[in-house]
Design a protein around this ligand. Structure first.
Ligand SMILES: C[S@@+](CC[C@H](N)C(=O)[O-])C[C@H]1O[C@@H](n2cnc3c(N)ncnc32)[C@H](O)[C@@H]1O
Length: 330
């Protein structure tokens, strides 16, 4: 949603209905925090603030550009919420803000969120927003020619994608394309990149990379773009997306454990979903809570009407876990 037309409809939130329904099964109490770990275009944050008037939303994104939409939401929901600790604010101001946004990696969220609970839930809507994909400067899309950057947080000094393709050994590149893209032709593509490097030809742009993939792979007869998997692999590598997902889920468990928080994650490919699934399985074995089962299943997928309207939703999978609440006196 775009809260009352407040936000430009650039990113259509995926599986929002199902996420809201999961949180509504035990709605937030006055002043409890819902953490939107992947703010993006703010669609989830705005919808949560609308649906749960008692809740506060703490929004996080590692991409500073994404937080541009946060100002409009902050203004709209400026009124404070009662401090759940029961303390009264002597200044007479309205208490805690209903909405706060942080430029932050969710793997690192404890640094900022510790002490800002109690936490009702943590929501992860993984991957990229349409704004990132469609921003030609960012180099995420194989359809737009741009410098091959691919860092979600450009303030980080981490290697960008072009630098990775320039510096990493051929065998590491093949490993990245295989491991994070499940690309069958990983070796051939890495070898084509190496052939260029030996002649002093380096990959600087998205078009350069698409060209190298096309030279290495005969994609006749396939509907998918031949560079799709290599782009996904590089993006995951450059942003350490899988490592951050593990760290983010672990942080949610530590922050929300005592409060009995929900942890909800929407993933878009099997590498992400495998981590969410295994993490929740491990947590269940450790008896820190239980997976939320719906219609006999530990995950849900978007309804056909959503996929018909939003192609991006086709690969989405939602899993929800409910952490145990600490009993009084524990
Ligand atoms: C699919 S979009 C979220 C869309 C959002 N739910 C909405 O309704 O507009 C994913 C967002 O998560 C952010 N992101 C990805 N990994 C992150 C991380 N490790 N920490 C913080 N934000 C991250 C991306 O920058 C992107 O803006």
């Amino acid at each position: 949603m775009s809260a009352d037309g407040l936000l430009p409809a650039v990113h259509v939130p995926v599986m929002l209905r199902e996420v809201l329904a999961a949180l509504a099964s035990d709605p937030p109490r006055e002043g409890w925090a819902v953490v939107d770990c992947t703010f993006g275009g703010g669609g989830y944050s705005a919808a949560i603030l609308e649906r749960f008037p008692e809740a506060r939303v703490l929004a996080i994104d590692r991409d500073e550009d994404a937080l541009a939409a946060a100002a409009a939401i902050r203004e709209r929901y400026a009124s404070g919420s009662t401090d759940p600790s029961g303390s009264t604010d002597p200044s007479g101001s309205a208490g805690l803000p209903r909405f706060e946004a942080f430029h932050l990696n969710f793997g690192d969220m404890e640094r900022v969120l510790s002490g800002r609970g109690p936490f009702h839930s943590f929501v992860f809507d993984l991957g990229m927003s349409n704004m990132q994909l469609e921003d030609a400067e960012r180099g995420f899309s194989f359809r737009l020619n741009a410098p091959l950057d691919m860092r979600m947080d450009r303030s980080e000094r981490a290697l960008n994608a072009a630098a990775a393709l320039r510096r990493l050994p051929e065998s590491d590149l093949a490993d990245i394309f295989w491991r994070y893209g499940e690309e069958r032709h990983a070796r051939r593509i890495a070898s084509e990149i190496e052939r260029g490097r030996k002649k002093g030809v380096f990959i600087e742009t998205t078009n350069d990379l698409v060209g190298a993939v096309r030279r290495a792979v005969n994609s006749k007869g396939s509907n998918a773009h031949p560079a799709r998997r290599v782009f996904q692999a590089l993006r995951i590598f450059v942003n350490d997306e899988l490592g951050e997902l593990e760290a983010g889920l672990a942080a949610a468990r530590r922050l929300g454990g005592g409060d009995g928080a929900f942890v909800a994650a929407v993933s878009y490919h099997s590498l992400e979903d495998r981590i969410v699934k295994h993490t929740f399985k491990l947590w269940a074995e450790e008896q820190v809570g239980a997976a939320v089962i719906k219609n006999g299943k530990a995950f849900s997928m978007p309804q056909p009407d959503e996929v018909a309207k939003n192609f991006k939703a086709r690969s989405a999978k939602l899993r929800v876990f409910r952490l145990n609440a600490q009993q009084d006196g524990e």
